[in-house]
Design a protein around this ligand. Sequence first.
Ligand SMILES: *Cc1c(COP(=O)(O)O)cnc(C)c1O
Length: 469
Amino acid sequence: MDPEEFRRHAHAAVDWISDYRATIEQRPVRAQVEPGAIEARLAAAAPELPQSLATILDDFERIVMPGITHWQHPRFFAYFPANASPPSVLAEILTAGIAAQCMLWQTSPAATELESRVLDWVRQAIGLPEGFAGVIQDSASTATLAALVAARERALDGAGNRDGLAQHRPVTVYATAEAHSSIEKACRIAGIGSGALRRVATDDHGRMRADDLAVQVANDRAGELHPAAVVACLGSTGIGAVDPLAEIAAVCRSEALYLHVDAAWAGSALLLEEQRWMSAGVEHADSFVFNPHKWLGVQFDCAAHFVRRPGLLTAALGIQPSYLTSSETGRVIDYRDWSIPLGRRFRALKLWFTLRAYGLEALREMLRNHIAWTSELASWIAAEPDFELATTPSLALLTFRHVPAGVADLDAHNCDLVERVNADGFLYLTPHTHRGRAVVRWSIGAQTTERRHVADAWARVRDLAHGRG
Ligand SMILES: *Cc1c(COP(=O)(O)O)cnc(C)c1O
C-alpha cells in the first residue's frame, strides 16, 4: 500500500469511526449472535492473492460488526466501563502509525520520559504521596503479577529467582474472597500457588478484617510458612467493597509484609477529593494499581502501576543480556525492567492526550455525575416494592434483586431477568452471585452516558420484570 492509498483509506476509516460513535445509541448494546455464527461466515484460510481494501472493509461491516458488543454505548452498564475517549483514540492512531517498541529508553526516549512525567501527573491527581514512581502496564492483572513476584523475591531475598521455589519455605499471600481473580492467577503464575493464597474474613460490607489478617499471618508463621504479601482491594469487582487500607497497612508494617493495592476500577474516583477516604493509609503501600482504561477514558490498554521502591520491582524483573545493554544503561529508566514482557507499546501518549484534552476538572465532573446517578438509581430501586438493593451502592456500582411475591426460586428468576434484559439489547447488565444469592449488577461509567440513559434503562428493566417488555 503506497502512502497516498493509505491516506485515502485512513480518512475513510476515521470517517467510519466518527459515524459509528455518532449513531452508537441506535445499536443493541450486546451483540445479538449465537456462538459460532461469525466464524461460520469467515473464509477457512488466508487468501493467496491480494484483496481490495474496499472488499475487506465491506466484510468488516457485514461479518464483524454484528458480532461486536458496544462498550462505548451510553447504556452499557455491564462489568466495568472500558472507555475510549476520542482524544485517546487519536493518540492510539498516532501510536500505531509510529509503531515504536518502547522497551528501553534508547528505543524511544520520548516514550519513557513522557511515561514518567504523565504518570507523575496522575499520581498528583489521585493524591498519591510523593515518592511513588509510575509505570504503565498492559493491565491490572500484569501489574499485580509483577507486584507479587517483587513481593516473593523480597521475602526470599532474591533466592526464588536464583534457585526456584522448591528449596524454600512456602510463601503465602493474603486477600479476601471479594478480591479479583487476577490475584489468584498471579499466585499461580508466580509459583506461589492457589493454595497459598489465604482468604481473609470480611465484614458485612465485604471489607477485609484486619484482625483476621493478623491471626492468619501469625498462624502461618507458626506453621513454618513465609507470609509475604497482602493484596488490598479498593472497589471490588463484584460489589465495590473497599478494604480498610490504614488498618491493613498497620498489620503489614508490624509483620514486614509487602502491601499491594488493587484499585483497578475505583482508583479513578480518587481524582475526587471527597472519595480520598478510600486511600487513607496508601502512603504505607508498596505498590498501587488502577486502570485509566476503565473509568477515566483512556483507550484500552493502560494500567497505571505505582511503586514506592522501584528497586524491588527491578530486582525481581530486571535481566541484563548484552544485546539489551546501551550506553545509557544505569543512567535512565529502562521500563522493560519494570514489566513482565520485554516489548512495550507507547501507551503514555493516549494518557497525555486524554488528560490534556479534557483537563482534570471535566474528568471529575464525569465521575461525580456517574456517582450521583447511581445514588439516584438506588433510590428508584429502593422505592419499588418488588425490588431491593442487594448491597450498599459503592461509587458508581450497585447490585439489586427483583423479589416479587410468589416466586419460589428468586435466584433463577433474577438470572432469567438479566438474560431477558441483555437479549433485548436496549441496555447491558451483568449477573453476579453475592453470598450465594443471584443478584443483578449495574455499573455506570461510560463516558457517553447521560442521566436520561440511566432513567430509560431503569424503566426498561422494570417493564421487563413486570412482563411488559
Ligand atoms: C478489572 C479489574 C481487574 C483486572 O483488570 P485488567 O486490567 O483487565 O487486568 C483487577 N482488579 C479489579 C478490582 C478489577 O475491577
